[in-house]
Design a protein around this ligand. Structure first.
Ligand code: TXA
Ligand code: MG
Length: 319
């Protein structure tokens, strides 16, 4: 199959209506999208990604009206979050309607929805009378893609099209929120900072996913770039790293004697948001460089998007 890589929304809509797969840009990461109401297309997503069927998919659409049409009884709390942050890097777990297939939810009682903030994809979604099911467009367990070229690297020849919307502005997957017994819970830290959510709904519980690996997508050993990863937390720990097979991904710390070609500084302004936007591309940077076998990565401060990056870092380093 020849894979088109272009910003042509007409072509993307055509392919999706035919049940073909199209990678879509979002503000978080690129998704691998299929018609969310067509089981054969949904199964193709799992096959192409080599994703296990027990890991459910997020549905994407462009309006709250459509979300309400395809779900039941959005609670006032969740509605408040939707009003405050959609379109944006927030996924809500909602009660599913009859319209939603078990293939999307892996048989779970709720369905995940989000309205992504990307002009091309919002334009695309507005033309469709079905939602798009889209996991991140990477092979299962690998680093998520934040540029069209990352997706082409994995799936050139395997899918109909990559809708090229440029580099993702947020750079890290959406924050997933749901409600249990009237209490809001964050199931996945992500591109919408906890601090932002708490400004709207007050203090909120983060479910420690490492203690409950059945909370899907939150499997240990995920986001792996195929190198050994070593996390450092201080200048002393960093200075102790002497391997000539290592490359460095740093935030606040410095390294005077590293070769510039072996060092990425995630944010010159020490801004966790800028670091998040650069993080996945940095993890991929040496993927074809066999001389580099080890990534030395600085742990981020635990606020703003630093939290979500640290969560990915822990999983990527997990052996
Ligand atoms: O930013 C994002 O969320 C990106 C872009 C493409 O929108 N998508 C994404 O999808 O990260 P994915 O497949 O990598 O993560 C989906 C995760 C699942 O692994 C699971 O943790 C959660 O979302 N999820 C989806 N549906 C669920 C459900 N019905 N119940 C509980 N968790 C669900
Ligand atoms: Mg993923």
């Amino acid at each position: 199959m020849k894979t088109e890589c272009s910003p042509n929304v007409d072509h993307a809509a055509g392919f999706l209506a035919e049940g073909k797969l199209v990678s879509i840009p979002t503000e978080t990461v690129y998704g691998l999208a299929a018609n969310g109401f067509r089981e054969s297309a949904l199964k193709e997503v799992f096959r192409v990604k080599q994703r296990p069927f027990y890991d459910p998919l997020i549905l994407h659409t462009d309006s709250l009206e459509k979300v309400e049409q395809w779900t039941l009884n959005m609670s006032p709390h969740l509605r408040k979050l939707a009003d405050a942050f959609w379109p944006g890097p927030l996924t809500l777990l909602l009660e599913r309607s009859e319209a939603i297939s078990d293939v999307v939810t892996a048989g779970l009682p709720r369905v995940a929805f989000r309205i992504p903030e990307h002009p091309l994809t919002l334009d695309l979604l507005a033309r469709l009378d079905f939602p798009l099911a889209a996991p991140s467009a990477n092979p299962f367990g690998y680093v998520s893609p934040t540029q069209a070229s990352h997706v082409m690297h994995h799936f050139d020849g395997a899918i109909a099209m990559v809708l090229d919307g440029g580099p993702c502005q947020v750079g890290i997957e959406s924050t997933i929120v749901g409600e249990e017994d009237g209490e809001l819970i964050v199931y996945r830290l992500g591109g919408l900072a906890l601090e932002e959510i708490e400004k709207v709904v007050g203090s909120i519980t983060v479910r420690d996913s490492s203690s409950k690996p059945s909370a899907p997508g939150m499997l240990e050993r995920h986001y792996s770039p195929g190198k050994q990863i070593h996390v450092v937390e201080s200048q002393e720990e960093l200075n102790a790293q002497k391997s000539d097979r290592a490359a460095f991904i740093l935030f606040g710390l410095g390294l005077s004697d590293a070769k510039p070609s072996r060092l990425i500084q995630l944010s010159s302004a020490n801004d966790p948001k800028e670091a998040a936007a650069n993080f996945y591309a940095a993890l991929r940077h040496w993927e074809d460089d066999e001389a580099v076998t080890e990534l030395i990565i600085e742990r981020m401060p635990d606020f703003d998007l630093g939290r979500a990056i640290n969560d990915r870092l822990r999983r990527a380093a997990h052996r």
